[in-house]
Write a protein that binds this ligand. Structure first.
Ligand code: SF4
Length: 363
């Protein structure tokens, strides 16, 4: 394969084949990948130097979960009543008030596949929150939770999505994607929906007009080829979205945090190489020609990694995350306030721009 031809093709925003993407991932230096990705970002963002960011709060609905993901320290089993933590209505009220006071506009509500929380539980919760706080946006659940709710409520996944939208769901996170390659997924998240189900539920969300994001959790047992296969599947899914619907507004790669997890006990140590992360960000920008935003994460690798990513194809630095529990419980410990977020972006040579979940600019 001719490396220069592949790079030239990618800069013209022509989708690469899996083999072409693997070839440049294996054969190009980080500097080359980053500079190509940077030029693609400039093309897609029409030369602007804005880096978007957001203020929201990550609230975990419950830690009771039957999924048993091997990388998760946060959950407990349904019988472990002494460890159970389900957010109460009073706690939601306090968290929402605090979020609004800090300038936030959204709750990122993450699941836990609770064996008893069916569609009625989530409908009641969303309706109650929206009735009391009509301005707060609910960016909630993800394909694994929808698949689980459908199963225990005897509904189809599209019925669950429609009912959640009617109850107040504003947008749908691409959580729980991990790596969309079946044998990898079965090993790290044995009880979650399959890769095919994740893809189909996301497609249903796109057909229903929900704004969504896509994620990838890398750095555990997957190969470099698996990472690229994941990216290609996300790109193909985006290509199927109905014309005019939001589809995936952003792609967000996360590195595996393993401290104290069952995966670590099996010998899978975390590898927090910043170079590896920059290469992933650059490959995401190069492969995902039909997704407008690439979000860098500072939560697990720190703000310098986030700043470097902005020179390797990323154009968004995510949220200041008023609260986060899942990756924090597996060792990620970075925090950032509003001022620091803006300064971090300026120090990297860009202009900070506050946004909402749909990438509309906010004042
Ligand atoms: S990552 Fe989420 S789905 Fe997996 S065990 Fe933890 S809480 Fe459950």
């Amino acid at each position: 394969m001719d490396t220069n031809l592949i790079l030239a093709k990618s800069e013209k925003l022509i989708p690469l084949t899996k083999e072409e993407a693997i070839h440049i991932y294996k054969n190009c230096s980080t500097e080359v990948l980053a500079s190509v990705a940077n030029r693609i970002r400039e093309k897609i963002k029409k030369g602007n130097s804005l880096v978007t960011w957001q203020i929201d709060r990550n609230v975990n609905i419950t830690n009771v979960c039957v999924s048993g993901c091997l990388f998760c320290n946060f959950h407990c089993k349904p019988h472990e009543h002494d460890k159970e933590k389900t957010t109460t209505l009073e706690e939601y009220r306090e968290k929402i008030k605090e979020t609004l006071e800090l300038g936030g506009d959204q709750l990122l509500l993450q699941g836990g596949m609770h064996p008893k929380f069916d569609i009625f539980y989530y409908e009641n919760l969303f309706r109650q929150l929206k009735a009391e706080f009509p301005n707060i946006k609910l960016h909630a659940l993800g394909p694994p939770e929808v698949s689980h709710i459908a199963k225990i409520s005897n509904l189809t996944s599209i019925e669950v999505l429609k009912r959640l939208i009617n109850a107040g769901l504003d947008s749908f996170p691409g959580a729980g994607a991990e790596i969309l390659v079946s044998d990898i997924r079965k090993k790290v998240s044995p009880n979650k929906c399959t890769a095919e189900q994740w893809i189909e539920i996301m497609h249903e969300a796109h057909e229903l007009g929900l704004a969504t994001s896509a994620t990838m959790m890398y750095g555990h047992i997957e190969s470099l080829e698996d990472r690229i296969e994941h990216l290609i599947k996300i790109r193909e899914l985006q290509a199927r979205k109905p014309k005019g619907s939001y589809g995936f507004l952003a792609f967000i790669p996360w590195v595996y945090c393993g401290k104290g997890t069952a995966l670590e006990a099996k010998g899978i140590k975390e590898n927090h190489s910043i170079i590896d992360y920059i290469r992933i960000i650059a490959m995401s920008r190069i492969v995902l020609t039909n997704i407008e935003n690439i979000q860098a994460s500072w939560l697990t690798l720190g703000k310098e990694a986030g700043q470097l990513s902005l020179h390797a194809g990323a154009n968004d630095l995510g949220s200041i995350m008023i609260e986060e529990n899942v990756v924090s419980s597996a060792g990620a410990s970075f925090k950032m306030g509003v001022e620091e977020m803006q300064q971090t972006i300026r120090d990297a040579g860009f202009t900070p721009q506050l946004r909402d979940q749909k990438y509309n600019f906010r004042d």
